[in-house]
Design a protein around this ligand. Structure first.
Ligand code: HEC
Ligand code: HEC
Length: 273
């Protein structure tokens, strides 16, 4: 394991050397200790997954935020550290108050090991994928071109806003199990499909996607499509868990071919021609 990490890090440094990009020299020297040490890389990975992946994707390949795989190669380690610390006007939060310089350096080191990929390639057959979509019960919660349920986001143009890697990750790891709740809240990410769990005064636990809420009531839809409506004073507990999802994971339920076809179908959805 250690050896793998080491050689990955070595490759990264070789690549910098080969590119001969002198602006990275400073970052490279002072970042060297952090970046070549597997423990530091692992820390960087953890912080990244906790803090950044909700917007930039689990693999840095982009979600509502841009693809940032290997971005220190392009912008330099120092400017990336600055971006993390100070944020950017187009929706990138400032993390200076939350992460110290060392943690930021660990993230930058980790970003270097993510080789820049594009958004992923479509390898499947969209026509076959349409059948997989139909037989997997997706339409129960998702609307495409006017048909389907609406407890999940409409997918009519999802191929325009999301790349194949993101689509694949969502289907395998809906909402993801990462403890990213507060990041979600700060970002306003998918709050319209907020996951809620309630415990009633008589001890029943129910969960689902929020449909409506005001100060006295909450309405949500469970994974089977049943609507539940409660007065809040009937509840013992009301928890909101952004980052969780009623969407069932397809992990292990589809063959690789079916998965590729499904991704191809979703990637082909770009709205009316
Ligand atoms: C709330 C969503 C969100 C979170 C969380 C977030 N980012 Fe961003 N990030 C963005 C958006 C949106 C942009 C594009 C901003 C712009 O163009 O002004 C961006 C831009 C960036 C850029 C510059 C990309 C470029 O091509 O110029 C870097 C680097 C970056 N983010 C790194 C991170 C890191 C590292 C973390 C975790 C510490 C993080 N971001 C967390 C939304 C987010
Ligand atoms: C029980 C309801 C439910 C089912 C069934 C379901 N989803 Fe979802 N889906 C959701 C919810 C809720 C969200 C939004 C929260 C989230 O991202 O997990 C979502 C999000 C998504 C997204 C992300 C959309 C975006 O713009 O970010 C995609 C893609 C998606 N689902 C595809 C599918 C596919 C394909 C299937 C069938 C294999 C499926 N879903 C089955 C409820 C469902």
């Amino acid at each position: 394991m250690t050896r793998v990490w080491r050689s990955a890090a070595l490759l990264v440094w070789a690549a910098i050397g080969a590119a001969g990009v002198s602006t990275f020299a400073a970052g490279r020297q002072e970042g060297n200790a952090a970046q070549s040490n597997p423990e530091e890389l692992e820390k960087g990975k953890q912080t990244f997954e906790l803090t950044c992946s909700s917007c930039h994707g689990l693999d840095g390949g982009g979600a509502m935020g841009p693809n940032i795989q290997g971005i220190p190669f392009r912008l330099g380690a120092d400017s990336v550290a600055n971006i993390i610390k100070n944020g950017m006007p187009g929706g990138m939060p400032a993390f200076g108050g939350q992460l110290d310089a060392h943690e930021i350096k660990q993230i930058v080191g980790y970003l270097l090991t993510l080789t820049r990929k594009d958004e992923g390639k479509v390898t499947g057959d969209p026509e076959a994928g349409k059948k997989v979509y139909a037989s997997s019960g997706c339409a129960r919660c998702h609307m495409i071109a006017g048909s389907g349920g609406d407890s999940g986001p409409e997918l009519s143009t999802v191929g325009q806003s999301r790349g194949p890697n993101y689509l694949r990750n969502t289907i395998l790891y809906p909402g993801t199990d990462l403890p990213q709740e507060h990041v979600f809240l700060e970002s306003g990410g998918r709050l319209e499909f907020l996951f809620v769990r309630v415990v009633t005064k008589d001890g029943r636990t129910l969960e689902g996607t929020r449909v409506a809420e005001d100060s006295l009531h909450i309405v949500f839809e469970d994974a089977e499509g049943n609507l539940h409506s409660f007065r809040k004073d009937q509840l013992r507990e009301l928890q909101k868990e952004p980052g969780k999802s009623t969407m069932p994971s397809m992990k292990g339920k589809l063959t690789d071919t079916e998965m590729n076809d499904l991704v191809a179908y979703l990637a082909s959805l770009k709205g009316a021609p």
